[in-house]
Design a protein around this ligand. Structure first.
Ligand SMILES: [Zn+2]
Length: 115
């Protein structure tokens, strides 16, 4: 489907572009964002689908920028890291679920729900 989108300011036809960086929500920069832009005045327009995608990506960023810190505890011979309840509820993680632990580099590891 070809959509013609006209700039509300100067009535020029807008062209589809990919923005290198765009903050849909302040301080949560998104990268490579599709948009319509006016060649004349630079005005931006987003379709409903583009907005949904930006909202989704911003939500993901918010979750990943929790930046929580935790102190490692011990349990038997193993070590325990507690999962913050906000993160657990976002991921719908429940007690008894299986996760995989994958070393990433010398600084850390990834914990991932088993499929
Ligand atoms: Zn314009």
């Amino acid at each position: 489907m070809i959509m013609r989108i006209i700039c509300t300011k100067c009535r020029e036809e807008m062209t589809k572009v990919i923005l290198d960086r765009y903050e849909y929500v302040k301080n949560f920069p998104l990268f490579r964002i599709p948009a319509y832009q006016c060649r004349n005045c630079g005005n931006l327009f987003f379709t409903e689908r583009m907005i949904e995608e930006m909202e989704k990506r911003t939500e993901e960023l918010k979750i990943h920028s929790f930046g929580f810190s935790r102190t490692i505890a011990t349990s038997g011979k193993g070590l325990v890291v507690r999962v913050p309840s906000d993160l657990a509820s976002h991921l719908r993680l429940k007690e008894g679920e299986k996760v995989r632990i994958l070393p990433v580099n010398h600084r850390g590891f990834l914990v991932e729900r088993e499929e």
